[in-house]
Structure formats: C-alpha cells, structure tokens
Design a protein around this ligand. Structure first.
Ligand code: XUL
Length: 525
C-alpha cells in the first residue's frame, strides 16, 4: 500500500491528511488549531487584527508543523510508507526570510524542534495575511503603474486587491525598509511550508503565485513593471531575487529534508511536490465536469471553476490552474463567510444551527422585499464595510417585525450572500450547470437548499471533508504517478432547486445589484 500526505496551512488551523493512493480516501488525519493548541501566540481566529492590518505570527505556523506531525505519528501512521507530500496554504499571506536563513533551513538538527531553530529566521515576525485590507494606497498606485485596473487584470488575472501579495510587499519595501533590506527571500504561506519540508527555498507555484498581482498569467513569468513598482527603492532586480522563479504547480521540488527523516521516520526518498493555494488545492480535489462550479463555505466563502481561456475582468480573479499548465481557474472571494453567518446565528438562534435553520424556514423566499448586507469586516466582494438593511428599497436600521414574527436576518444573510455569488459569478462568465459545495457549512441542509434555489441548479455534496488538504495529497500522488483518478461517485446530490423560488431569485437580481452599488457608497472604507 502506498500513501501520500497532504497539508493545509489555513487561517485558523494546520491540518495533515494521509491518503491511500489506491482508493484516494483519507485514512488518517490530525489538526492543530492555532487559538486553542498554541494559545501563547494570542491569536483570535488564527490572526492578530489591528484596525485594517491583519497578520499571523510566522513562528506559530512553524511550531504547528512539528505539532501536527507529532499527532500523526502518535496516531500510529508509518511515516516511512509516505511516498510524496504536497499541500496548500491560505492564499496571499507572505513570509519574509532573514538574510542567512537558507543556511538554517539546510542544517536543521533533528534533535531540536523547528520553533527553536527558526526563531530568528524571519525579517519580520508578523506575516500579513489575506484578511489584511491596509494597502488601499498601494492598490491605487499599482493600477496606475500598470496603466489602469483593466490592464492590470488582463496581465495578472485580477485588478488590485488589498490582500494581494504584491501590494503587501510594496508596503513593506516602502514603509519598513529595514525589514525589507534584511530579507533574503519572500515566500507565500504555501511555498514557506514546502521550504521547511525540503530544507531550502521552494519556488512559488504558478496557481498561488497568481494571487500576487505580480505574475503575468499568460507568460507565467513575473511582470517587469510590477516588480519595479512592488520592489520599492531597492528596485525590480532585488525583488526578483527575493521571489525566485515561479514553478509549475505539479513540480517535484526534491526529497524531504533530513530533519523529518530522522525525527519522524520519513523515507529519505519521499518527494515534496510544490505546495499551492487552498482554493486551487480544493479545485484539484474534485472530479469536476464542464459547467461545475465549486462553492466553498469556510472562513472565507469562495466560488470557482476551471476555465480553458482566461477572461479577466474587474470582478473576481483568474489564476493559473493547479493541475493543467494550459488551463486557468476563475474565482470570487468573500471575507464575510462563516464568521458572519455564525454572528447572526449567535444573535438570533442562541448559537444553534438547528434553531437558525428553523428561523430561516419560517420565512418565504425573498423575505417579502427585505434585503440585508452583513459586512462585519471590510468585505472583498464588493469593497464595502458595515451592516445595511433595506425594506422595499429603503434603508432601515433593523427589519420591522410583528410581535409574532421571527427575525429576518438569518434568511436575509443567506440570500444576500448567495445572490452576490450569483450576480458576480455571472459578471465573470460563470454560469453553473451544477454546484459542488464544500467547507464547514456544506453539511447544513437549509443553507444548501437556499444556495440551490438562488442559483436555480442542483447542488452536490462531497462525502470527503478536508478538501484542501486532500487536494494536496492527491496532487502529491498525481505528480508521481499521473494515473490517480477522482471518482464521481464521491459526489452526492444534496439539493434540487424549486423553480418557483429560483424564478423569484432571478427576478431579484437587478434589484440586488442596485442595492449593492448603494452599499458600496454607504460602506466605503
Ligand atoms: C482567496 C482568499 C481566501 C484565502 C483563505 O483569494 O483570500 O480564500 O485563500 O484561506
């Protein structure tokens, strides 16, 4: 039996899964939850928020890697049977390795934990992550530097976004020149994890590299003008050197470092395949067909599908595909996903999903002309911040309720989240024939039913959880064998749309779009 290992370095936790290559199913797994398992880093939801700036302690991720491997070992997994490893990380987050750290990586001693050996490996201890929205100035400048937002989107697949890594690097290069000048290498969260595993700097893969506003997604090389802008006073050459050359997502980077062989019993021949972003990795974990759109309901909600030709626009993103070097993936990202739904659940349903569902079901589709926008944190799609409720097109502080009525917010948040997905998905040319739903909320029947009705298409669920980590293990197997096939039977029908409701939601779309435009003005930040 051959097995592979997949990692997911996500916002709130690190997960490792062991997959049996013959059946492509998960046979073991372990998780390290940052807030609970590593409380000394004092994170909330895996990060530290200071106004619009959001970072995670880089060393916390390092410590989590040892901890999760210890847990896998304790479960009794024979590490010497693992043939290859890959994985993913939350997208856009960046790590700044200090001058000389390549030597630390090459000489890791198996007798001391990674945390002790890499404690001084970073030029800054705080890694900016995808929830950061502090780089509005850099967004305006980078679009100007590349000839406008449309041109930037045409080249890199996206207009400028605050969380994108180029903007984050530009901010550090200009505002923290001492940090930038003592940095020898910049990794994404994905290539950072791969670097530790190979004991040397791993290249940034092209799929995750597409989330930087630096990569030309057609030529798959760094764009010179963008290197010039993001590299600040030290210039484009110095940034190119710090980034290294981008690599194909399916590249075998090398064998696992001696540290893991001697400390955990890995086979010295175990191969490390390039890590990628969590969304590309999730895409790689599904047996999708043409017309399938994946909706991932997690800390962030994301919507994505495979494309043969890039069609970048001012809405959403186009990334290089994580499996096929000639294909692309289109994506939308929402910051106010599960955490916003949980906030409404806690306010109106005492923290119980069952109660939340029954409150949702007490109201008719469309909430009788009520629409709510719940951007508790600055939203990415669209760019707006705040909570806004409309009754018959008029802004109201709260929805009016008869004494016998239950609150509208639970249904209203689901409807506006999914109407937004449908509206923006149509804007980037995604018209699903089926939706495959994944992520924490995908097991909730009421939520899935509303999703199906809003899009007017059937929704399929997967029996497999941990799609992003599993995508890592599957990619690790495919990079070596290529004959691994993903089984359609792992997808089960979870909801079919009710035509009456779907027609009603179709009719609501124009009105929704008008209100969203109003909210973008009211909720500017
Ligand atoms: C995608 C994005 C988020 C993170 C979450 O663009 O910012 O989905 O990848 O981990």
């Amino acid at each position: 039996m051959t097995i592979t290992c997949g990692f997911d370095f996500s916002t709130q936790q690190v997960k490792a899964v062991i997959v049996d290559n013959a059946t492509s199913s998960v046979i073991d797994e372990a998780t390290v939850h940052f807030d609970d398992d590593l409380p000394h880093y004092r994170t909330v939801g895996g990060c530290i928020q200071d106004g619009l700036r959001v970072t995670s302690p880089t060393l916390m991720w390092v410590e989590a890697l040892d901890l999760v491997l210890n847990r896998i070992l304790r479960n009794g997994v024979d590490m010497s049977k693992i043939r290859s490893i890959s994985g993913c990380g939350q997208q856009h987050g960046s790590v700044y390795w200090k001058l000389g750290s390549h030597k630390l990586l090459q000489n890791l001693s198996p007798h001391r934990p990674l945390r002790d050996q890499l404690a001084s490996a970073f030029a800054t201890n705080d890694s900016p992550i995808w929830q950061d929205s502090s780089t509005h100035k850099q967004c305006e400048e980078i679009e100007a530097a590349k000839g406008g937002p449309e041109r930037l989107a045409e080249i890199t697949g996206s207009r400028a976004y605050e969380r994108f890594t180029g903007e984050q690097i530009a901010k550090i290069a200009n505002e923290q020149p001492a940090v930038y000048s003592r940095c020898e290498r910049i990794s994404l969260v994905s290539s950072f994890a791969a670097s530790i595993l190979i004991g040397g700097y791993a290249g940034i893969d092209m799929a995750d590299g597409s989330g930087m506003n630096l990569l030309d997604i057609s030529t798959r090389t760094w764009d010179e003008d963008l290197l010039e802008y993001c590299g600040g006073p030290e210039g484009p050459k110095a940034l190119r050197r710090r980034l290294g050359e981008p690599v194909l997502s399916q590249s075998v980077l090398g064998s696992i470092s001696r540290y893991f062989v001697e400390r955990y019993g890995f086979d010295p021949e175990c191969k490390i395949v390039a890590f990628t972003g969590d969304n590309p990795s999730t895409l790689a974990s599904f047996p999708t067909q043409d017309g399938d759109v994946i909706v991932s309901l997690g800390t962030s909600d994301t919507v994505f599908m495979t494309l043969s030709k890039p069609r970048p626009s001012l809405d959403g993103h186009v990334f290089c595909h994580p499996l096929y070097s000639q294909k692309f993936m289109a994506m939308l990202c929402y910051r106010n996903g599960s955490l916003a739904r949980e906030r409404i659940r806690d306010k109106h349903a005492d923290g119980s999903w069952d109660r939340f569902n029954s409150v949702v079901e007490q109201h008719e589709a469309g909430c009788g002309g009520r629409v709510g926008f719940y951007y508790f944190d600055p939203e990415i799609t669209p760019r707006a911040h705040g909570v806004f409720r409309f009754e018959d097109h008029r802004l109201v502080p709260e929805f009016r309720l008869d004494p016998s009525e239950s609150p509208y917010d639970p249904r209203a948040i689901l409807e506006s989240q999914f109407l937004s997905m449908r509206y923006h998905a149509e804007a980037i040319g995604l018209s699903p024939k089926r939706i495959v739903v994944t992520g924490g909320a995908s097991g909730n029947k009421t939520i899935v039913k509303v999703l199906s009705n809003v899009f007017g298409v059937p929704v399929l669920q997967t029996q497999q959880v941990n799609s992003a980590a599993r995508g890592g293990a599957l990619r690790a197997a495919m990079a070596l064998d290529s004959e691994m096939c993903l089984d359609e039977r792992s997808l089960l029908l979870a909801a079919v749309p009710d035509t009456n409701y779907s027609n009603l939601y179709s009719a609501m779309l124009d009105e929704y779009a008008l209100l969203e435009r109003e909210v973008c003005v009211l909720g500017q930040f």
